[in-house]
Design a protein. Structure first.
Ligand SMILES: C[S@@+](CC[C@H](N)C(=O)[O-])C[C@H]1O[C@@H](n2cnc3c(N)ncnc32)[C@H](O)[C@@H]1O
Length: 281
């Protein structure tokens, strides 16, 4: 397990993932009934963009830093940017929230969040950070735990409504297949939950195959995908973009995704050929 998200926090991929995560979480507020969120690959929850790791790559400069300069944010993106600004009251770009913090921010008193991180050291850091999260008493951290195993073990949640966020590091060649297996097991146990999966795009054909495999899972009906290329995918060995796949996508998300991506794509573009797609499969 070599991947450390601290090198990549706040990059274009985090912006896409976290904007869509926040839109999906806000949709869960439309009903009073409690919801449950499982983050299978949680990371450490909070990132210092002044750290050696973050400054070494400087990836956040082509991500969140570009958005914080904007004065024309569409309403669908504003809550995410305001959440980041709330962590940086002096106006600098220093602290960047991970997916666990953003989920915790959306918890109402009746809701709960489970965070799973496999890396022994990072999961301890996550547990320490989570004690400072909003609604921290409603947050449970599973340290040194495999997220796919947790998904299988914990669904369906007693609340019967909510979301599973799957955001692996893609260090393993068969990560797409592991996700399909985990989603099959999840949907078999909890068909009505929302599942949100983040993935990198190197070769768009590989991603297209993944979409079709998810769509073919027994019990899966609605699949919505949002993809961005930050440059033309002419070299399939490069990190050309990323996407999010949703099973049982929140209605509000499918409605707003086009507006969100039309706004973000030119801002996050890194070279010619940047484009996006939002597709209901
Ligand atoms: C992309 S990072 C997560 C970033 C986080 N979701 C966010 O948006 O802030 C992926 C994380 O998954 C962890 N990880 C890798 N394999 C795992 C597994 N099988 N189960 C749980 N966590 C895993 C890595 O240690 C890493 O911290």
């Amino acid at each position: 397990m070599n991947y450390r998200h601290s090198y990549h926090a706040g990059n274009f991929a985090d912006v896409i993932k976290h904007v869509l995560q926040c839109v999906a979480l806000r949709y869960l507020h439309t009903k009073e009934k409690p919801f449950w969120v499982l983050d299978t690959h949680a990371g450490v929850g909070m990132y210092d963009l002044a750290s050696e790791e973050a400054t070494k790559t400087g990836e956040f400069m082509a991500g969140i830093a570009r958005l914080l300069e904007r004065t024309d944010l569409p309403p669908a993106i504003t809550p995410y940017v305001e959440a980041v600004q709330q962590l940086n009251p002096q106006g600098e770009v220093r602290w960047y929230p991970g997916s666990p913090w953003l989920s915790a921010l959306h918890l109402r008193p009746q809701d709960s969040l489970v965070l799973c991180e496999k890396h022994p050291y990072d999961s301890q850091l996550l547990a320490a950070n989570a004690r400072e999260f909003p609604a921290s008493r409603q947050v449970k951290v599973l340290t040194a735990t495999d997220g796919y195993g947790a998904l299988k073990a914990l669904v369906p949640p007693p609340q019967k409504r909510g979301m599973v966020l799957i955001d692996p590091p893609f260090e393993q060649r068969d990560e797409f297949d592991q996700i399909v297996t985990a989603l099959s097991a999840g949907v078999r146990r909890w068909a009505t939950g929302t599942y949100a999966v983040w993935y990198p795009i190197k070769d768009p054909l590989v991603v297209g195959e993944f979409h079709q495999k998810v769509k073919a899972i027994r019990g899966v009906e609605q699949v919505f995908v949002v993809d961005i290329l930050v440059r033309a995918a002419t070299d399939a060995s490069c990190f050309n973009g990323c996407g999010m796949l949703f099973i049982n996508p929140p209605y509000g998300l499918t409605q707003q995704a086009g507006t969100i991506m039309a706004y973000l794509t030119p801002i996050l573009a890194q070279a010619r050929g940047a484009e996006y797609q939002c597709l209901m499969l």
